[in-house]
Every structure is written in C-alpha cells, then in structure tokens.
Design a protein around this ligand. Structure first.
Ligand code: GUN
Length: 295
C-alpha cells in the first residue's frame, strides 16, 4: 500500500480562508484581532517560525505587534513587556516563542501571561481546563494534529493512538486531547517516551502514530502496522550539501519507507507545520471575539 498524503498546506489554507472571512466580518464592527509576538535571542529555527507566524497574521488581517529582543534580555524586562501586553486592549493574544534563553524562567513567563490572552494554551490554568475537558485555548500544534485527523476523515473513536514524545508543547497535550470524551477524540492513548521499554512493541499496536520525539528516523517501517495512520510532528534540520542553505528539513518518521505501509501519512515540510500557525490564528481570532462578547 502507498499511503494517502495528508496535505497540511491545503487543510491549513482552507481554515485560513474561513478565518479571513471572520476577520473581515469583525473589521465591519471595528474589531481588529491583535497578536503580540515576542522572540528572545537569535535561534535561527525560532526566527523562521516567528517570521512565518507574523506573515500569516498579516495575510488574514490580524494586527501583529512584533518584538525581537536580544538574547541577554532579563527576566524582569520580559515580564514587563508581557504585563504591558496583558493590559493593552489592542492585543488579544500573546505569543512568547519557546525555548527561552536558559537564564529566563520559562514557567514564570508562561504564568505571567493573562490566561484570556494565552493563545498558545500553555498557561497552567488553560492546561488544566483542557485536561478536564472545559472549553479553552487549545495548544496549536496538538490542535492542528486533531484537525488534520478530523478533516481527513480518520476515525479516532476507539482507535489506539500511540504518541511518541512527552513534551508539554506536543506529546502530553495531544495525548490528552485525543482521550477526551468528545467527538474527534475518544481514543485509547499510549504515551511513549525516552524511557519506554521496546518502543516498537507499542508503535506496532497503533492504529494512529503521532511522532513527536524531535529525532529523525524515530519511527521506521518495521515499527508501523500495515494501514496505520502516521502523523509526523518533527522538524529536524539535517546537513545537506546539495542545498544552497546547507540543510534540509526532515520529520521524526522515515517517510519514504513508512509511506509504503501506512494508509495516511503527513509529509515534512507541508504537513503539521502549516497547521500550527493556522491554529494560532484561530485562537487569536476567537480571543478577539470573546473579548468583544461575540460567540
Ligand atoms: N516553540 C515550538 N513550538 C512552539 C509553539 O507552538 N509556541 C511557542 N510559543 N513556542 C514554540
């Protein structure tokens, strides 16, 4: 079998069109959704993610307040900027790009963001709400994964989902979202990580594999059951002298081999990546609506 490719760019473009129409309708009421973006330091991958987020905002009519701070910015300075954005009525969402430099306490920064502007869904209050199934901002990458499954017609109810990777940004929330008692979820979930004994044993049982380990080739063809759905969240730079920039992007899955066994698979690039940014736009538009009493 050769897998059907889940086209993240296409699904993302469809959702962005829906959002663009919503933003246009809000503009009629003089409401312009605003996103405050903060990047500390010069990490090249973070710079490119943040630029893509800012560009996507502008494309659909969201105002973005872009802040690039030097790597030696203090925690106090960063907290001050977050506090200003918390108080600024033009800002509906605040995005502090992670990871932050080591001298800044990430947990303290996430806690300082107003939960009503936490469009990343990383504030402990929103994480808790997500866990108990209350409506809240859902973290963008896991929400993007769930949307991709739904919009591709993949049944999650009763399916065995194996998540590889236990990060706070992807692994833990996606596991949590898929086990919720609601449409588009209701899965049986196994969460694997670096201390899991015999990872292949678990992945071979999976109807749906979500690879979010952060390492190329974490999921190889022998680890995948025939007909499984494989979602690759990884974005890894591997050296490639044949490319002008000296590297190429690969996911966590051995795509060429796994696509011969899977029923559905996401490519890298062009899979989950565009969905992450799209769900950030979704959260920002919804935050602006909520701030203005619109459901
Ligand atoms: N770093 C990697 N992914 C993300 C994300 O979704 N949001 C933020 N703020 N930082 C990240």
């Amino acid at each position: 079998m050769s897998a059907k490719i889940i086209d993240g760019k296409k699904i993302a473009a469809d959702i962005r069109e829906e959002l663009k129409a919503e933003v246009a309708a809000l503009k009629e009421q003089n409401i312009i959704p605003g996103l405050g973006v903060i990047l500390v330091g010069e990490d090249p991958a973070s710079q490119s993610y943040v630029s893509a987020k800012e560009k996507a905002c502008k494309n659909i009519g969201i105002f973005s307040d872009d802040n690039r701070l030097s790597a030696d910015t203090s925690e106090e300075e960063l907290l001050k900027l977050v506090d200003q954005m918390n108080k600024d009525p033009k800002i509906n969402g605040i995005l502090v790009q992670l990871p932050l430099p080591k001298h800044i306490n990430e947990a303290a920064i996430l806690l300082a963001i107003d939960p009503d502007k936490d469009v990343d869904g990383f504030h402990p209050m929103n994480v808790g709400k997500m866990m108990v199934g209350e409506e809240t901002f859902l973290p963008c990458t896991p929400h993007g994964v769930v949307q991709m499954l739904q919009r591709s017609g993949v049944e999650t109810s009763g399916a065995h989902v194996v998540v590889v990777g236990r990060s706070n940004i992807v692994g833990k929330p996606v596991a949590n979202m898929l086990l919720q008692k609601k449409d588009g979820a209701n899965a049986t979930v196994t969460l694997c990580h670096t201390r899991t004994k015999d990872l292949s044993y678990h992945t071979r049982q999976a109807d749906i594999i979500i690879a979010a380990s952060g390492w190329p080739n974490t999921v190889t063809a022998e680890m995948v059951k025939d007909g499984a759905v494989v979602i690759d969240v990884g974005v890894n730079r591997v050296e490639d002298a044949s490319r002008e920039r000296g590297y190429r992007l690969v996911g966590d899955v051995d795509f060429d081999a796994v696509k011969e066994k899977a029923s559905f698979i996401t490519p890298v690039p062009g899979g989950v990546g565009p969905m992450t940014i799209t769900m950030l736009l979704f959260n920002t538009v919804n935050s602006a609506k909520r701030a203005n009493g619109i459901n």
